[in-house]
Design a protein. Structure first.
Length: 320
């Protein structure tokens, strides 16, 4: 891969840990690639995240998928760690995975640069790291979480639902938290034809991103929404375009990278933290002085165009 095209000022460089349920869908892969093509990021490690009981050995599947992406990028220099295999059962007992321990070690390491943990799935690994050593919250560690429903709706999204105990532990902790809920990350809409035009021609990684998403799209579109209670009130017409239209996708994990490239502050709010109820609604406030940052909206186009440009520069297109 070519070297970065320009030098980022030293005071803007950051350390980044990516925590990803990479096998769960087809969008984590885009976010991983985007992060590794971003010169202000020093990606010090990637951790595999579990994603519930949809498959067996979900963390291990994510671990293998991360390696596939790095192989296609020819970036096998990036350390990859196994995370926790199951959600937390309570806010006290925890595991000791290499991924959780790595977060602790990196957070406590003597480094002037802030550490951003990009959580693109459940937050089991970060919550476990906090339980292992709560001193990490006193360091310059910032958690960005793609998760939780919008504040004007009642919806338990996939990421929160895969470990609600961990999500509430993080919300109630003293770790600085930037939340990007579904009302914002659903806005990362892109058409499959655009991905064919802008992504597929860009080397082995571009082809993999595109073809893998096509496979995932077919599986997701085959799901019968009639079997899911939350969709029972929708018309046949609504069901043909809701979430999966057949020709489009939401690259919902990419805002974790995008908000660190451009400020994205127009719809960002600092608000008192609330725990998430079992149905996805927001309930009790954590305390009088626990505040988190919430992105109610994002500029999807500036994030996508930055990704497309970087992919084209570092993996120049080649048509058959």
């Amino acid at each position: 891969m070519k070297k970065f095209k320009f030098k980022v000022p030293d005071n803007k460089k950051i350390r980044v840990i990516i925590d990803t349920d990479a096998y769960a869908e087809g969008d984590d892969q885009y976010a991983i690639v985007h992060a590794l093509l971003t010169p202000k990021f020093d990606v010090v490690g990637i951790i595999a995240e579990q994603f519930g009981d949809r498959y067996e050995n979900t963390m291990e599947k994510s671990y293998e998928e991360i390696h596939r992406v790095l192989h296609k990028m020819e970036r096998m220099d990036i350390p990859v760690y196994r995370g926790e295999t199951k959600p937390l059962t309570n806010g006290k007992n925890h595991g000791e995975s290499e991924g959780a321990r790595f977060i602790v070690e990196e957070a406590l390491r003597d480094d002037e640069r802030p550490l951003f943990v990009l959580n693109m799935g459940a937050v089991t690994n970060l919550a476990t790291a906090y339980l292992i050593n709560k001193e990490i919250a006193k360091k310059d560690i910032i958690a960005i979480w793609i998760g939780g429903g919008g504040y004007d709706e009642v919806m338990l999204d996939f990421n929160a639902g895969n470990d609600l105990v961990a999500a509430n532990l993080l919300i109630g902790s003293d770790i600085e938290l930037w939340q990007i809920p579904s009302s914002a990350y659903f806005q990362m809409e892109v058409s499959l034809h655009e991905l064919y035009d802008r992504v597929m021609p860009c080397g082995n990684i571009g082809r993999y991103l595109y073809e893998n998403l096509l496979e995932v799209n077919e599986k997701e579109c085959a799901i019968n929404l009639d079997d899911i209670p939350v969709f029972s009130g929708m018309s046949i017409g609504e069901k043909t375009v809701f979430i999966r239209s057949g020709e489009g996708w939401s690259l919902g994990d990419s805002p974790a990278i995008g908000v660190l490239i451009t400020p994205q502050i127009k719809h960002k709010e600092k608000r008192r933290a609330q725990y998430i109820n079992d149905n996805g609604s927001y309930g009790d406030y954590v305390s009088e002085d626990r505040y988190i940052h919430v992105y109610h909206s994002i500029n999807s186009r500036v994030i996508l165009e930055d990704f497309f440009a970087k992919l084209k520069i570092y993996y120049p297109p080649a048509r058959e």
